[in-house]
Design a binder for this molecule. Structure first.
Ligand code: ZN
Ligand code: ZN
Length: 410
């Protein structure tokens, strides 16, 4: 079948609009719209077989029902739906009713067409062009700020606002604040008397203390903190702070001044938490920061039972430094981590001095080293430990993270 015969065979299925007719040859020739292709093919066939010209009723197109002649109306709907949302780039997607897809696919296979384009692709492109013309914004297939889905069956549009990301470091000056929000243990977040019907185990988290001003500044639905590891709830995070990426969900504003935001966060956190915001990031940064094997330096206060000479302590610390530490998952976290034995190292252990209630040590450990258990031994689950070497109970009574050393560039 030559191209004229193929056009004739297509038109026998029923009234076909120029868009849909042209789309069956959509991947042939360039710089034409499908509508132009369709009109040219229709007229060429009419001349070839010497028939009078007839313009199709696009409303009665058996494939699209005239949908492709309504792309301007769809574009207007999109523009209305994105009112009040800040974006520079967008992507249009189309939910095509199964009947439409089946109709055109039937013709493709009946006539073994080689170069057709699906309706979805034409709809996305043509509505995209019209939206660009109306708004001056650019279509972006890879990383659009917003995605707008056209639902043909419902006649509606849905807007999905993609998140924005920024990186920074946080400091935690107060003990007893978890890094991220924890559901209440009693009600699992539903709200009960124990949690004062907040659904939360702790009133505040680092994530919320930073996140509340973020949500406000971006007009967002939520803000998720992805930290490069986490410190214990009762540990402070000092020194240069812990790197994190903030994921801001469904923001209505994107061009937020990070310097002003940093100031606002720090003021509202009232000295419990503070941040330094470094700049914008993307989804990839989240993976990088999560997989980061950062060494951490801790300052700890250690209580040891019974009298002890400085010499004994120093030699015990020397015996711990650099050796392989076998740590079975600590009892205190066993309920939420797999039970296994990990091999870790404490690369530096320094004695800083004595306080009234214990010894101040600074320990640099590999990512994942459990410091409290390195000291206490966790009933023999961590070996060796300071307790084991000294042969008397030792425990951490205060712990601060003073440095998170990143192994990769931020
Ligand atoms: Zn059509
Ligand atoms: Zn509760």
């Amino acid at each position: 079948m030559d191209i004229i015969e193929t056009v004739g065979a297509i038109l026998e299925y029923g009234e076909t609009c120029n868009h849909c007719l042209g789309r069956f040859f959509g991947k042939r020739s360039f710089s034409l719209t499908n509508e132009e292709r369709g009109r040219a093919l229709r007229i060429t066939r009419e001349i070839a077989v010497n028939e009078p010209h007839s313009e199709p009723e696009s409303e009665s197109c058996w494939i699209c029902g005239g949908e492709l002649s309504r792309t301007d109306a769809w574009a207007a709907k999109v523009v209305e739906a994105v009112q009040g949302i800040e974006f520079a780039t967008f992507l249009i997607g189309t939910r095509v009713p199964p009947l439409i897809a089946e109709s055109e696919e039937m013709v493709w296979s009946d006539l073994t067409l080689r170069d057709p384009e699906p309706l979805k692709a034409e709809m996305n492109r043509e509505v995209g062009k019209a939206v660009s013309a109306l708004t001056g914004k650019t279509a972006d297939l890879k990383r659009p700020d917003i995605v707008v889905i056209l639902d043909i069956a419902e006649g509606t549009v849905e807007v999905q606002v993609n998140p924005v990301f920024f990186v920074g470091r946080y400091l935690k000056y107060e003990r007893g604040i978890p890094q991220t929000h924890w559901d209440c243990r009693a009600c699992k977040g539903a709200g009960c008397e124990k949690c004062d019907f907040t659904g939360k185990q702790y009133a505040d988290s680092v994530e919320e203390l930073i996140g509340r001003p973020v949500i406000e500044a971006f007009g967002a639905e939520n803000a998720i903190l992805h930290g490069a590891g986490r410190e214990d709830i009762d540990a402070r995070m000092l020194g240069s702070g812990r790197p994190f990426v903030m994921e801001v969900e469904a923001p209505r504003r994107r061009s937020v001044d990070l310097a002003a935001l940093e100031e606002d966060i720090n003021e509202k956190a009232g000295g419990r938490v503070a941040v330094h915001l470094a700049g914008w990031a993307d989804r990839k940064t989240v993976e990088t920061i999560k997989s980061d094997k950062a060494h951490k330096k801790y300052r700890i206060l250690v209580e040891i039972e019974g009298p002890l000479s400085l010499y004994e302590l120093q030699s015990a610390l020397k015996a711990l430094k650099g050796v392989t530490i076998y740590q079975r998952t600590p009892q205190r976290v066993a309920h939420r981590r797999a039970d296994k034995v990990r091999e870790r190292h404490a690369t530096e252990i320094a004695y800083l001095g004595e306080e009234e209630d214990g010894y101040v040590l600074e320990v640099t450990g590999e990512a994942g080293l459990y410091i409290k258990e390195l000291i206490s031994g966790d009933n023999g689950r961590t070996r060796p430990s300071l307790t084991e070497i000294l042969q008397r109970p030792a425990r951490v009574s205060r712990l601060d993270v003073v440095q998170v050393e990143r192994t990769r560039e931020e």
